[in-house]
Design a protein around this ligand. Structure first.
Ligand SMILES: Nc1ncnc2c1ncn2[C@@H]1O[C@H](COP(=O)(O)OP(=O)(O)OP(=O)(O)O)[C@@H](O)[C@H]1O
Length: 471
């Protein structure tokens, strides 16, 4: 991860403005070796960089102003460069060529490129996924069923909807960006650390900048903020396991500096393994969208994933049935790819969308209403409706409000409220912090092993609702 914001380029070595340094960088190969070469000077390294051409301009990377500084520390070279103007592939190629050129300088033990001048928009951010007003996870029991496709499409459609409302509605209470500006209000977090494909799907590349506190700032595409280990790992395959994966993901959840998003969509790791469980334990997920193909084996695995979410008190918003049919280009006929009865009915959750197999869904989505297929907007609308059905509840008049109270009084109020609730009815608690621990308190109180239901919802970082049904 780069930390360009914390780096000063004022003290960078100034490139020489004559050609003598080329000669300095080239030692005579006939000279007898004198043991390990000493660390080169910044000028020697710069001389090597002066031979690297800018593929976008008829000049060198130095003359084009791409290289902004060079630091040499005991043979380790840091090339400070501004590659933002290059298309992704060219940026990678230029980086590699610069590193190669520098590595040939005697005495260089290693070299890497650091992006300077981070995006200016790093002020006023807050770290941690809980700064989002709501978190929607997209999960699947099996790999390859279209989870990432659905997560990116959903995030783009929600962002496009926010933009449309922010820019085009006269209604100051319109949904979308609560500030009424066109600032990004939707984030996409790629938690699929074993196959972080989101950057590829959205055609995004690193480097990842950091804010003034050193926290990673999401990349941005047309107002959609995106964080992914794929942006941090330079695209190499990730072979993280167990604790390492857990730590990496936890850090990224805690440290990513978002710009006050209304919604963060999380592309979950496939399946119900350790990393998926970590996500559930560490992230306040307000609802999950399950993706499956309508094939009976995939659907029965999806049923197990559904149970996992329910056990963790995460409401299932519904299921997306993906790639169950395709529309023939020639005859226009819809072909059912799996046939037989629809096994999704057995899941007993709303079907939010049935997406056919279509090249349209393989295109790079963008958070723009004009470029997204109608079915993307329909999916977002179905998710919003279902979310509203579950969560947009006003606290009842007799809700137990424990905001701002000391711990003892909080306990007392919750005890009174719960014992006052009829058996089978819901007790509603409003808190200023995560009220999850209330659950075990209530279980002890009524000496039960389980509550018929217990749901926690963060309305915003200062207001949480808990709804507990009395057994
Ligand atoms: N409705 C669709 N129509 C056509 N192609 C699709 C559709 N949905 C997904 N695909 C394609 O199927 C492939 C797998 O999709 P995707 O990467 O979204 O699955 P995934 O469940 O996230 O996979 P993984 O488990 O590897 O993370 C991709 O090439 C994607 O473009």
């Amino acid at each position: 991860m780069t930390d360009g914001h914390q780096r000063s380029t004022d003290d960078r070595a100034q490139p020489p403005d004559d050609g003598d340094h080329d000669a300095e960088a080239h030692r005579d190969p006939e000279d007898p070796p004198e043991g390990p070469s000493p660390s080169p000077t910044a000028e020697e390294v710069e001389a090597a960089l002066r031979r690297v051409r800018d593929p976008e301009a008829d000049t060198t990377v130095f003359d084009a102003g791409v290289v902004e500084g060079v630091a040499v520390d005991d043979g380790a070279v840091t090339i400070e460069a501004d590659l933002r103007e290059f298309p992704r592939e060219s940026a990678e190629a230029v980086s590699k060529t610069m590193v190669r050129a520098v590595s040939d300088v005697p005495g260089v033990s290693g070299a890497h490129v650091e992006q300077v001048d981070p995006s200016p928009d790093t002020e006023g951010r807050s770290a941690g996924i809980e700064t989002a007003d709501r978190v929607i996870a997209v999960a699947s029991a099996k790999g390859g069923v279209g989870k990432t496709t659905v997560a990116t499409t959903l995030a783009c459609a929600l962002a496009a909807d926010g933009d449309a409302n922010a820019g085009g509605s006269d209604d100051p209470n319109a949904a979308g960006d609560s500030e009424g500006s066109d600032d990004p209000s939707v984030g996409l977090f790629d938690a699929d650390i074993y196959g972080p494909n989101v950057p590829e799907v959205l055609d995004l590349a690193g480097p990842v900048y950091s804010d003034n506190d050193g926290n990673p700032v999401p990349a941005e595409t047309d107002g959609l903020e995106v964080m992914s280990v794929g942006l941090l790992s330079e695209g190499g395959p990730l072979a993280w396991r167990g604790a390492m994966a857990h730590d990496a993901l936890s850090d990224l959840f805690e440290e990513t500096a978002w710009d006050d998003p209304d919604t963060v969509v999380v592309d979950m790791p496939p399946g119900t393994g350790d990393v998926a469980l970590t996500t559930l334990q560490e992230v306040p997920v307000d609802g999950v969208v399950l993706v499956t193909t309508p094939f009976h084996a995939a659907v029965s695995d999806t049923g197990r994933a559904l149970e996992l979410f329910e056990e963790n008190d995460v409401p299932v918003l519904g299921v997306v049935s993906n790639m169950g049919e395709f529309v023939c280009d020639d005859c226009g006929k819809v072909h059912d790819l799996f046939g037989g009865e629809d096994p999704l009915e057995a899941l007993d959750v709303p079907v939010l969308a049935e997406l056919p197999f279509t090249p349209e869904m393989q295109e790079t989505p963008a958070p723009s209403a004009s470029s997204l297929p109608d079915r993307a907007a329909d999916l977002a609308a179905a998710v919003e409706d279902r979310y509203d059905e579950i969560w947009r509840v006003d606290p009842p008049e007799d809700a137990v409000d424990i905001r701002g109270l000391d711990p003892e009084t909080r306990e007392e109020r919750v005890r009174e409220g719960f014992l006052r609730t009829e058996r089978g009815d819901e007790c509603f608690v409003v808190s200023d912090r995560d009220p999850t621990p209330v659950r075990s308190f209530l279980l002890d109180l009524v000496e039960a092993d389980e509550l018929p239901s217990f749901r926690v919802k963060r309305q915003n970082p200062e207001t949480w609702y808990a709804r507990a049904t009395r057994p």
